[in-house]
Ligand binder design. Structure first.
Ligand SMILES: *Cc1c(COP(=O)(O)O)cnc(C)c1O
Length: 361
């Protein structure tokens, strides 16, 4: 039974059954008399973890043999540097689609390595924020790739149309989007994600890359970020974060048991719909994002009277609902409801929101 419901944006909630399994086998993993953290990453026992994690992720996302899954470190921010260093090739330009905080951060980092263009797709119409669809993006003919972020974790903005430009490599920062709904991997050149939102504990970073894009890194690219070197060493060029890898593997198995991405997608819609409906039915809670661009992972909203913010946070915590504080650059409230958040947790938040509105509205 859950003691609390944790709405943290990341590191975020991990499924309870996964934590219980990890606890049970913590001190005596596979009857080895020690934990998974205390053995070499090169042992057959650990290599089995690696093989299964890779296979399960491949199954979950329907990844074809044209792609390679790499596991590395440095988080999504590490990839902000790795992407241009590995993929510019003979080009000097890259397109960065700007939809919010994280895509802008990727753009800022890329400027160290190339002549990148910051293409703004965030607009406001009738006081509602929306994102331009891919066919309205002003991309350049001579750019090496197009980078975008389908879920802006801080802003609560999502883009659900998948970009598909002929002869253009599409790169996606999927950190808070991966495994939340089905996507067509074949449309992408590279998808990357840090683990601490929808996969497992922080520490491991996942890269899904089309095989023909491996091998074009610039000479100055650090070896630990070089896709060719990571690939050559089966994602073990340096010592990997073994515990994070193992636990992520358990989460993949858990997700398969839930019915995979197709089933969790339905649940994610139900969960987010429940909260947005309460917001839209009230003048007390406010969300000014166009319905089509609302995030199903991070529900961001404001209270009509911002003086009530701190009271909302305090009372929600007393009610067993944790970490609802919005990111400081946006303010307000943010409910991060990744795959691991059960429907009951969202129902409890919904109940609290209605109660709070009645009391103070
Ligand atoms: C959390 C997040 C990041 C940053 O991830 P780190 O692992 O801290 O580098 C980048 N992009 C998105 C979309 C995120 O949600």
């Amino acid at each position: 039974m859950n003691l609390i419901y944790n709405f943290s944006a990341g590191p975020a909630m991990i499924p309870e059954t996964v934590l219980c399994k990890a606890k049970k086998e913590l001190k005596n993993w596979k009857n080895l008399g020690c934990s998974v953290m205390e053995i070499s990453h090169r042992t057959e026992n650990f290599c089995q973890v690696v093989r299964e994690a890779e296979k399960d992720l491949k199954d979950l996302l329907n990844i074809s043999d044209a792609y390679k899954i790499l596991f590395c470190q440095g988080g999504a921010r590490g990839q902000f540097s790795a992407i241009p260093m590995n993929l510019l090739g003979k080009f000097s330009k890259a397109d960065y689609i700007n939809s919010g905080y994280w895509s802008n951060s990727a753009f800022l980092e890329s400027q160290k390595y190339c002549n990148s263009e910051n293409i703004f797709i965030r607009k406001v119409k009738n006081q509602r924020t929306y994102l331009l669809k891919p066919d309205q993006w002003n991309i350049n003919d001579d750019s090496a790739y197009v980078h975008y972020c389908p879920n802006e974790t801080i802003d609560g903005l999502s883009l659900y149309e998948e970009p598909n430009f002929k002869n253009k490599i599409i790169i996606g920062d999927f950190s808070s989007f991966i495994l939340s709904r089905s996507v067509d991997i074949n449309k992408y050149g590279v998808i990357y994600a840090s683990a601490q939102k929808n996969i497992g504990p922080s520490g491991i970073t996942i890269i899904i890359i089309r095989k023909d894009l491996i091998g074009y890194a610039s000479k100055l690219c650090p070896s630990i970020l070089n896709y060719h070197i990571i690939n050559q060493h089966n994602s073990m060029f340096n010592t990997p974060p073994t515990f994070s890898w193992y636990l992520s593997g358990l989460v993949f198995k858990w997700l398969k048991k839930q019915g995979g991405v197709k089933e969790i997608e339905k649940l994610n819609k139900e969960k987010s719909d429940m909260l947005y409906q309460i917001i839209d039915n009230s003048n007390f809670y406010i969300n000014n994002i166009n319905k089509e661009n609302r995030s199903q992972m991070n529900v961001v909203f404001h209270l009509f009277d911002s003086k009530l913010n701190s009271i909302f946070l305090k009372e929600s915590e007393n009610f067993g609902l944790y970490a609802l504080k919005g990111h400081f650059i946006v303010g307000g409230i943010r409910a991060s409801i990744y795959n691991a958040m059960p429907l009951e947790g969202v129902k409890k938040l919904a109940k609290f929101m209605l109660f709070f509105e009645k009391k103070y509205g």
